[in-house]
Design a protein around this ligand. Structure first.
Ligand SMILES: *Cc1c(COP(=O)(O)O)cnc(C)c1O
Length: 392
């Protein structure tokens, strides 16, 4: 059997995989078993912010793995405490729960919001307002929060607590967030949903209604967080602040970690035993995350995301067949004049560059934050070549 046949024979077919097997990663590059080298402008879906196999991350993982691998959350470990302190320093507030993924971080936020509603109002408020087109994960609750009917259909019935409003619809937000609402969960930029930024007016209206009715605002920064949009958190570029914030993707420098952070007084709604995980915040992933955050800070990668993102946006917007380039910093979507995003991404691969899609008509770019001007230029050229082949 060849690699493709072995993959099919041994794994559930939930992924439509591209016909490449990768064997090595180096900085912004991925290397296939054929020896072919690709420029990775998707970064494992906004994950490998400091590039693949960054020597400092590799060293941190190796050292920690050889020192203390796993002990469970029945005991304290120092990398976990240090990482929580580092995250707290990014906002100036908050207590952290470490999970293993974005979906788990959001699951924690939704469970905490339920407990907060009981503490605040004396009874559980089950209603959660979310946005159409939003994406929050694949567990039953986070899938229900996700505003994409196509992903719901195979799994109905789902938990029925979620009301989906049109993203950026101020009137819908004001009307839908009511005295039954315990929480609102939103992305600052809808990543999977098409790279669509929230408008300041929408965010202001949501924040105001949450305060009026006593609901908590959860910002899902799983994709936008950790420097990707030009600030550590994307919300820093908006007029609002969250009550709860979730992160994952880029946090672990390639290793799986999720985090849910809540304002100190809200975090008190969880009592011992209310929530737990065996692996979450283990020493090795925390060491990898600490190394990643150090590199991002020391090398000014948040600012690099801003400047290289601007270069990328400008180049993409000049390509014929591109209607618009959306997003901020190093999270960008090129909106095509036709529903040919996956064909463009396939064609880009033949030019040695990896990008992603965000819906049928949007090519998504989430490059490593260490990308340089030359890499961005190569990406623009590959995209332009692919677009001219596909969109004619
Ligand atoms: C990827 C993503 C998730 C889910 O993260 P997983 O680690 O795949 O569970 C949740 N929310 C947003 C905004 C995401 O982009």
């Amino acid at each position: 059997m060849n690699t493709q046949e072995r993959d099919h024979a041994s794994q559930m077919s939930v992924y439509q995989r591209a016909p490449i097997t990768f064997v090595r990663g180096e900085g912004c590059d991925l290397i296939a078993d054929t020896g072919e080298r690709y420029l990775d402008l998707l970064a494992g879906i906004a994950v490998t912010a400091v590039g693949h196999c960054h020597p400092e991350v590799v060293q941190a993982i190796a050292t920690q793995a050889a020192t203390l691998d796993h002990v469970s959350n029945l005991y304290r470990t120092l990398p976990q405490i240090e990482l929580a302190e580092r995250l707290r320093a990014t906002t100036g507030w908050g207590k952290v729960f470490f999970a293993n993924s974005g979906a788990e971080a959001n699951e924690c936020a939704l469970k905490l919001a339920r407990r907060i509603s009981v503490a605040r109002h004396g009874l559980p408020r089950t209603k959660v307002v979310a946005a159409l087109g939003g994406f929050h994960g694949r567990t039953f609750a986070t899938l229900a929060a996700t505003g994409q009917a196509g992903k719901h259909d195979p799994f109905l019935p789902l938990p029925d607590w979620f009301s989906h409003i049109p993203y950026n619809d101020v009137d819908a937000a004001s009307a839908s967030i009511d005295e039954l609402t315990g929480a609102v969960i939103l992305e600052i930029i809808q990543g999977e949903g098409g790279v669509i930024p929230a408008t300041p007016d929408f965010l202001r209206a949501v924040r105001q209604r949450c305060d009026e009715v006593g609901a908590v605002l959860i910002l899902d920064e799983v994709q936008t967080g950790i420097g990707r949009t030009g600030t550590f958190w994307a919300y820093e570029q908006t007029p609002i602040e969250p009550d709860l914030i979730t992160a994952a993707k880029a946090l672990g420098g390639g290793l799986p970690i999720g985090a849910c952070m809540a304002r100190d007084e809200l975090a008190e709604a969880f009592q011992p035993g209310d929530h737990a995980t065996t692996f979450g915040g283990g020493p090795v992933v925390c060491a990898a995350a600490l190394a990643t955050l150090s590199i991002i800070e020391r090398e000014g990668l948040t600012a690099n995301a801003e400047s290289r993102g601007a270069q990328l946006a400008e180049g993409l917007s000049m390509v014929p067949g591109v209607l618009e380039v959306r997003g901020r910093g190093a999270l960008l979507g090129a909106v095509l004049s036709a529903d040919r995003a996956s064909a463009v991404v396939d064609a880009m691969r033949t030019h040695g560059v990896i990008a992603g899609t965000a819906g049928p008509d949007v090519v998504r770019f989430a490059p490593p934050l260490v990308i340089d001007a030359l890499g961005v230029q190569r990406g623009i050229e590959a995209f332009a070549a692919a677009a001219s082949e596909v969109l004619v």
